[in-house]
Design a protein around this ligand. Sequence first.
Ligand SMILES: [Cu+2]
Length: 273
Amino acid sequence: MSNLSEHYSPTTGKRLGLLIIIMVAIGGVVSTFWAKNRWWFPPVASQHGVDVDRLVTITFIVTGFVFVLVHLVLGIFVWRYAAAREERAIYWHDHRTLELTYTLVPAAILLTLISMGAVTWARVHSPVPPQALRIDVLAQQFAWTFRYPGPDGTFGRTEVRFVSRDNPRGMDPADPAGRDDIISREMHIVVNEPAVALIHSRDVLHSFFLPNFRVKQDAVPGMTTQFWFTPTREGRYELACAELCGVGHYIMRGQVVVESKNAFETWLAGQTH
Ligand SMILES: [Cu+2]
């Protein structure tokens, strides 16, 4: 013990404590003022996206507060109780009130955060509104294509055995419902109206990621996954693949256009069948 206290003087403790406090302060300032505009989300453009952002903000505030608090206390304790020659640490075996406090308080905070998340999740993944615009999204190495059901409102049948170079979706040539289907390399949707993406993959796992809309859904070979959302702002947005799907993953991007009902109808009418 005497050896230790010769090496670790109260000055060392003060320096270490101060270092922890300074690091927390620098980290807080840098992330607030410098990283905020570089590493933050792109502007939100969907209804549920606002709820998602609110959840993220609340979570950051709560966890950030606890993070700073814990490290300040750590710094202060290192400072205050650095190896003093005679002082001994207080020790007790049981402290019911203290144990209950540090168990129940974090549990209550976490339960609150989780419940808020669960409520938002349930709303985001609620049943698709019947009037939603349906878009068949096909992911393949390394591109996105979109299909609209055409004037008859029905998608033509697809089957794996029909997939070929000229027929990447595997449209059944015998199905009349498929004759008027419209295939596009851009996804167009109507502002303030729900749209549902019915997502397929032709080869490997991909992920349908619309950062502005806070939408992310895996594209899984052999099944249809879906995500419905309501865009709230007109404009042109990025669609990215968020699942490492091969050497061309980085170029697997698409465009999503949110426009008025009129502009959408005009665009759709101009598409070749
Ligand atoms: Cu991909």
